[in-house]
Design a protein around this ligand. Structure first.
Ligand code: ADE
Length: 264
């Protein structure tokens, strides 16, 4: 999967993109990330990328022209966009503007975006981005939550990370992402590893039993309890079996932390 990121601060990505899973995905050839400095595409003498807002008011607005030139330059297009495809053979990839005004990112949107072989992200800064970028260049706007960041860079990192872990083969465990919180529509069950006892706190017996079916049942029930406790809103849309519903009805008042002993 190919990612093009348009930013005024490409160095911000260095640390995040050169470690752990994202690094491995690039080394494997599963992900290719290109950082493009919008300033390099400003055509005036001073390489200006922002200016004062028409109509007055404080703050600065990112100019449209360097952003258009950057995206078009990378796409190999000289002509301004108008819902174009280049020549009908190479379709324009989604051009996503990171913005607190966008649709709020979640696992479903992550799944949707991994269907594309290539994605472009525009990171806004300052007070905002000239509206013509929103209207005539970006094909989508995404927010990573209802709060305002200083720019789209951290949002782009979060989204690229969430997408890369969904690319088949990137996680060491082939089912690695399948049980993730949100992937199943529920929060994920709790994890334990050695030591079996730490400061007097043990591990649920069932996990040491070697009984795979019982472990799977316990994990499902824990996922249900956690979701009920922390994110009850998710239960409205989670795909639930009759057994799940029965369990939830019987355990409306059970705290997930109570169930370390299993009586399945
Ligand atoms: N830029 C500023 N705030 C943002 C947010 N919440 N999500 C995406 N981009 C942003």
């Amino acid at each position: 999967m190919q990612f093009d990121i348009f930013t005024l601060f490409p160095e911000m990505f260095d640390g995040v993109f050169s470690h752990s899973i994202i690094r491995r995905a690039q080394e494997m050839g599963a992900a290719e990330i290109a950082l493009h400095n919008i300033r390099d595409y400003a055509r005036d003498k001073h390489h200006m990328t922002d200016d004062t807002p028409y109509g007055g008011g404080g703050g600065m607005v990112m100019k449209p022209d360097p952003i258009f030139y950057a995206v078009e330059g990378v796409l190999g297009l000289d002509v301004p966009p108008a819902g174009y495809t280049t020549d009908g053979t190479a379709e324009r990839p989604p051009i996503i503007l990171l913005s607190p005004q966008g649709r709020v990112f979640n696992q479903k949107i992550a799944q949707e975006l991994t269907q594309y072989p290539r994605l472009m992200f525009i990171c806004g800064r300052y007070e905002g981005v000239d509206e013509r970028v929103v209207q005539y260049l970006a094909t989508d706007q995404i927010s990573i939550g209802d709060y305002v960041l200083s720019g789209g860079e951290i949002a782009a990192m979060a989204i690229v990370d969430a997408l890369i872990r969904l690319i088949p083969g990137v996680l060491g465990d082939p089912n690695g992402a399948a049980n993730d919180s949100h992937a199943t529509g529920l929060l994920e069950y709790p994890h334990y590893t050695r030591p079996p006892e730490f400061r007097g706190h043990g591990v649920p017996d069932i996990l040491l039993s070697g009984h795979h079916a019982k472990v799977a049942e316990w994990r499902r029930q824990q996922a249900l309890l956690r979701t009920l406790k922390h994110r009850p809103d998710m239960l409205a849309t989670a795909p639930l079996t009759d057994a799940d519903r029965k369990f939830l009805a019987e355990n409306q008042n059970t705290d997930d932390t109570d169930i370390t002993d299993f009586h399945g």
